[in-house]
Ligand binder design. Structure first.
Ligand code: R5P
Length: 298
């Protein structure tokens, strides 16, 4: 079987290079010209022969409104030029948190976005999408999808770097990630209660931590966006007898420089996977992503 043509659309060259290095048997780098006109419109030009080729596109969908038009232009052009199939590898999948109409008249953007993407790609591979009210991506995506999990990689990082971790989930939604990682390394965990009052205003409650005084607290969440969930949690933990926490997230969006604000609030350090390129990346997803692509070819 020929190798798939591999396009990168999100500028995460470290992850793309790692995938090409570990996946040289199944991927071959494709060339693309991608730029913006002065008025902000996107320009896409495919520079590799794609007729009859299977195509893999790496594009994490942070800043989704900025990435979606280049993705649509690329996929449509690939089809016009005769590509056989298009698989989107989007380690971070956007718009998953607006999963119901919280207020009358709101767009349920997760559903609309899923409908849009399902029209343009044949298959989706992603990592820890924010599945809260949906049990699976299949509820909203009309294409085959593979959901991968970073829990084992996070567990490995913790085993190598933190002697006695206490896993802390900032809210009930984080319990799925916290429980899985805690189980993998046989560590204790607690989950706090969060009340969100607005985009940038959250309240967090902390239970008794006295039994865990000897542990290093590790805050774990799927996404860091405005950072307020972790900032509030860090501030509350500071009032306890625990050490400064390490914060770990699968997807570091870091809107409005929230990484700096989390550290200023008292976090010892922040660790993320490389689902989105950032200086906090310490956990590499390349081989996990490749495992999903390789299993197709068996
Ligand atoms: C929501 O429930 C997610 O799991 C995260 O807790 C949330 O997206 C983090 O957002 P922010 O950093 O804006 O508080």
């Amino acid at each position: 079987m020929n190798r798939s043509l591999f396009f990168t659309l999100d500028g995460n060259s470290a992850l793309a290079d790692a995938m090409l290095m570990h996946g040289s048997a199944i991927l071959t780098r494709a060339e693309l010209e991608l730029r913006c006109f002065p008025d902000g419109e996107s320009y896409v030009r495919i520079l590799s022969e794609c007729r009859d080729q299977h195509v893999v596109i790496l594009c994490s969908l942070f800043n989704p409104d900025q990435h979606i038009m280049p993705l649509v232009f690329l996929t449509e052009t690939l089809r016009e030029l005769g590509a056989r199939s298009i698989c989107l590898v989007s380690p971070y999948l956007a718009y998953m948190r607006q999963d119901r109409r919280f207020h009358e008249g709101e767009a349920v953007s997760s559903r609309v976005f899923a409908k849009l993407l399902s029209q343009y790609v044949d298959r989706l591979v992603t990592v820890d999408p924010h599945l809260h009210r949906y049990a699976s991506l299949g509820e909203i995506y009309a294409i085959p999808n593979t959901v991968l999990h970073a829990d084992n990689l996070i567990a490995q990082w913790l085993m190598q770097h933190i002697a006695q971790p206490l896993l802390v989930g900032p809210d009930s939604e984080s319990e799925q990630w916290v429980a899985a990682v805690a189980k993998a390394i046989a560590a204790p965990y607690i989950v706090l209660e969060k009340i969100r009052h607005g985009d940038r205003h959250v309240e967090v409650s902390v239970p008794s931590v006295s039994p865990y005084k000897h542990c290093t607290p590790v805050l774990l969440d799927d996404i860091i966006s405005s950072g307020h969930t972790l900032i509030e949690t860090v501030k509350h933990l500071k009032k306890t007898e625990l050490a400064a926490p390490v914060c770990i997230a699968v997807h570091g969006l870091f809107a409005e420089h929230s990484d700096e604000k989390i550290v200023a609030a008292g976090a010892a350090r922040i660790i993320t996977t490389n689902s989105i390129g950032h200086r906090t990346n310490a956990i590499d997803l390349s081989q996990l992503l490749l495992s999903a692509l390789s299993s197709d070819r068996e």
